[in-house]
Structure formats: C-alpha cells, structure tokens
Design a protein around this ligand. Structure first.
Ligand code: KIV
Ligand code: ZN
Length: 525
C-alpha cells in the first residue's frame, strides 16, 4: 500500500478507462482495457479507475479482470450513490490485492435538482452510502460532483459527513472545467482549514479541461495540500478532456524546484502508453500536444536547430528519453525479419504473442513491398489499424476497386464478407471515398451517420501511408475506426468497416443506465 503520510508524495489516479472511455467514440474492447491497465500498473500509477461496473456487463467484466490481474496498483470502480451500484462495484473490485470503491453524487444546486433531493436529504444519502461502501471495503473514495460550483458551507458540511462515514479519500471534481488556478488552490485550502478530520484523509483533485486549465488547476490544488491527482493519458475524456497524466507528472519532475512533490511514475513509459491509448481509443494526439505530440521535441527553425546542436538545453527543458522517445528511428524494410520486427515493436510498447506477431508480420511485409522504408510511425500506424482485430470481424473488407479522376461519376466495386457470406456491389458517389461508403451501406444498411472523416499522412513522401479515422453515430452510440494504408481509399473503407463493427458491438452491450448524466439517484434501497 502507498504511504499516505508521506507529505511530498502525490498519488496518481488514472481514469483513462473510466472518464476517458466515457468520451464519445472512445470505446475500448475488453482486451484493450486489460492491456492498458497492465501498462498503467507497470508505469507506477497508484490507483487505476478501471470502469463503472453497473454501467454494463462489459464494464463489470473489465473491472473484475483488471482487479484480478493488477500487481501494484489499487483498482477502483465507480458507483453512484445507491446500494445497488455500490454492491456491483464491490463485486468487481473485490478481487484486487488493493481494492477501492469510488462513490459520487452531484452536490451543486444544479446537480441537486436531478435526484430531487433537498440539502438534508442529500446529506443523509451521502452518510448512508459512504457508510455502506465502507462496510464492504476499507478504501473508499467519495466525490461531490460539480464541487467547484457547490456552495462552500454545504460543501464543508457534506465533506465532513463523508469523512465521518469512513471515506478515506475525498475527491474535489471540477466537473465542468470552470475553475481557475487560484480558486482551485483556495478551495482545497478552505476545506483543509474548515472541515474537522480533513487532515486525516487524502484530498484529490479531478479537473476537466474546458477552459484549458486542467493541468494548472491540478497543480494549484497540490500546492494547497491535495495529494492525489486524477488524470488520463493524453488528457482523454468527455468534451475537452481531463487533466493529462503526462503533463502533471512531467511538470512535477521538470519544475521540482517550485513544485517539491514526487510521483511514483516511470516517465520513460509515457510515450508508449500515449501511443497505445491513441490507437485503441481512436483519438489521435494533436501534433503540438505538450509532452506527447509529434512536434513536442521537434525543432524546425534554423535558429532552434543551430542552438540544439550546440547545446540541447538551449531550447529543451526535458530530454526526449525522459518520456520514452528513443532518438534512433531505425528504418525497417522488406528484408527485415520477424525477430527484428518483434524487437522494434517491443521498443515501441507493443508486446505481441506469437500468433499476433505472425499476423502483423504478414501486414508488415505487404507494407514493405509497397513502401521501401518503413519508419517507426508507419509501424505505430500499422498497429493502430484495428480492422483485423479478432473482436471486430463481423464485417470484413475483401476487395475494392475504384474508378476516379476528372470524369465522373466516381465508382467503387466492393466485396464484403458479412457473417461469413460474401456480397459484392458497385456504387457511384461524389468522389471515390463517397462511392465506397455508399457501397458499404448498400451491403450493410444501418441508420448510422458519419460524424467524422479525417485523413492524415504518417510520414513524408508520396508513398506515405494515410491514416484514416471514421466516427459513426447511431441512436446516441458512437464508434470510431482507424486504419492505415498507402491507398487512402482502402484505408477509408477499412476504417469505416471497423467503426461499423464496433458500433455493432456497442449495440449488443450498451446498457440503459450507462450515462452518468441521466442516472436515477432515487434507487437507494
Ligand atoms: O467529473 C466528474 O465530476 C466525475 C465524477 C464522477 C468524479 O468524473
Ligand atoms: Zn470527470
């Protein structure tokens, strides 16, 4: 267990698999969640919030299996303020070496209206549910959702109730990303000052990034006495996302002169985790994202390059190696063997079983035949192509031939394998991609609408692979597919098919009460 009395130590609570996965379209498969959790555990994350067990069978199974596998991290599950949620959460986390129940209720005036409880009734609910959770588990976290817009007196009152009922961590969420740094520190200082028993528990800070201040707000809270930061890899999360783990951890490391606090994170694992989360969530990292963006360590201008050559510290406040960026980008090609590919992929954070490697090797050879030099980014894109993943193969692309050019109409002749049977159609459209998507819809009609179609080039040159992301929406369910190929239209077709497969998966597993914003708080019996 973590030594909670160590005053300089800041606990890192990662919620990529819960708050991050709540981000529309960021659905991850069971195996992907297990893999990310194992990487977080190995990286030194203190607490992993693995999911919201009551939300669906899939969430429950993920939290249960992550609990069984965890080596060092505490495993936490989320639950609303009712006994049924808390029971389900405990059922999932109880297998962990170190389990935690996290229960929450919205305490601000706006959020109090949802369950229609008055202040006293809500205070009773908090007492009853935290007591109930604590009788099941000796590690209980309680969150007053929308704390930063809750009246101070009421916040103090309910925090005191939760502490007396046995909560060991009190999390202060800035649910809508409304607060500014000074307020964030003042709020924690005020609670530490006014609430009896506050010095006996850990205060956590949980910030959303709607105004771009999540990292600053989290660090300000730490300066005032918070000792747990809640965050996600790449800042994944609803709307503008959550505090980015890599940003707070690197800020604590680089600016330890002014922020004299320690985390337990092995920062050299940051890059691989960032790539993996981007891949499985389908949310690409923006090029200029702090710490993990493609350009975060790139120096383009002549003056910068000159300075860097003379002394790297001229323009660099941290070394690329500190975040796990290897300087060498050894080029692979069609003569590279399976062992070289395995070792290269391991360096990039992908550890593959023999069968998986066999499949990736075939795809690597195909790519190397078309593209003379295969760079690290090409391999990351290859691994990001989820179109061949075994969990997503109800629909498969078998072949595609397009007619395009200045003389329309553009045409796509497409064959898909759907539930084992092959079907072919030819469709026309406004460009080859439109024609291809129409052909897919003709073979597999759905009411899904296209929300996002995004194309990027992985490396430079006309033989560069294109990465394509497609996001589909159907009845409020969102799914993203990504694919990479030197042929943009093929990558587009594969990404569309992957998104469709994921949507079908979501159709099967989605639960009616999985949305935090439409919860029924009355169910407390
Ligand atoms: O942002 C928020 O308030 C949350 C709570 C469930 C802790 O994610
Ligand atoms: Zn949140």
């Amino acid at each position: 267990m973590t030594d909670t009395r160590d005053q300089d130590r800041v606990l890192i609570f990662d919620t990529t698999l819960r708050d991050g996965e709540q981000s529309p379209g960021a659905t991850m498969s069971h195996n992907e969640k297990l893999e990310i959790a194992a990487m977080l555990d190995e990286m030194g994350v203190d607490i992993i919030e693995a999911g919201f067990p009551i939300a669906s069978e899939g969430d429950f199974a993920a939290v249960r299996d992550i609990s069984k596998n965890a080596v060092n991290s505490t495993i936490c599950g989320l639950s609303r303020a009712n006994f049924r949620d808390i029971d389900r959460c405990w059922e999932a986390v109880k297998y962990a070496r170190s389990p935690r129940i996290h229960t929450f209720i919205g305490t601000s005036p706006l959020h109090r209206q949802i369950p229609n409880l008055n202040m006293d009734e809500m205070a009773d609910r908090i007492h009853d549910t935290v007591t109930y959770a604590r009788n099941l588990c000796d590690n209980v976290q309680w969150s007053p959702m929308d704390a930063t817009r809750t009246e101070e007196d009421y916040l103090c009152r309910v925090v005191e109730i939760a502490i007396k009922a046995g909560a060991t961590t009190i999390n202060i969420p800035d649910t809508v990303g409304y607060t500014i740094p000074r307020e964030s520190s003042e709020l924690i200082a005020m609670l530490l000052n006014r609430v009896p028993g506050a010095d006996e528990i850990i205060f956590a800070t949980h910030c959303h990034n709607d105004l771009g201040m999540a990292t600053a707000n989290s660090l300000a809270a730490v300066e005032a006495g918070a000792r747990q930061i809640e965050c996600t890899i790449n800042g994944l999360g609803e709307r503008a996302g959550n505090t980015a783990l890599e940003e707070v951890v690197m800020a604590l490391k680089v600016r330890n002169d002014r922020l004299p606090y320690r985390s337990n994170i092995d920062t050299t694992k940051i890059m691989n985790l960032s790539r993996r989360v981007a891949t499985v969530s389908g949310f690409a990292v923006q090029f200029n994202k702090a710490i993990v963006g493609k350009n975060a360590f790139a120096h383009e201008s002549g003056i910068h390059q000159d300075g860097m050559l003379k002394n790297a510290e001229t323009f660099e406040i941290m070394r690329p190696e500190d975040v796990g960026l290897s300087e060498t980008n050894i080029v692979m090609g069609k003569h590279s063997g399976r062992a070289a590919l395995r070792s290269k992929l391991e360096n990039l954070g992908f550890s593959l079983g023999d069968n998986e490697l066999k499949d990736v090797f075939v795809r690597f050879k195909e790519l190397a035949d078309r593209k003379k030099e295969v760079y690290d980014d090409d391999l990351v894109a290859l691994m990001g192509d989820t179109s061949g993943a075994p969990e997503n193969v109800r629909i498969q692309l078998k072949s595609l031939r397009v007619v395009c050019g200045t003389e329309g109409p553009q045409e796509a002749a497409l064959t898909l394998k759907v539930d084992g049977a092959e079907r072919s159609v030819t469709a026309t459209g406004d460009g080859p991609v439109d024609a291809t998507f129409r052909a897919i819809k003709e073979i597999f009609p759905t009411t899904a609408t296209l929300q996002l179609y995004q194309v990027g080039a992985v490396t430079e040159g006309t033989d560069a692979q294109a990465t394509v992301s497609v996001r589909l929406e159907e009845d409020g369910r969102i799914a993203t597919g990504t694919s990479a190929d030197t042929d943009t239209v093929v990558a587009s077709a594969r990404a569309y098919v992957t998104a469709l497969n994921r949507l079908l998966l979501r159709r099967e597993k989605s639960a009616p009460d999985s949305d935090l914003k439409t919860v029924d708080y009355k169910d407390v019996s």
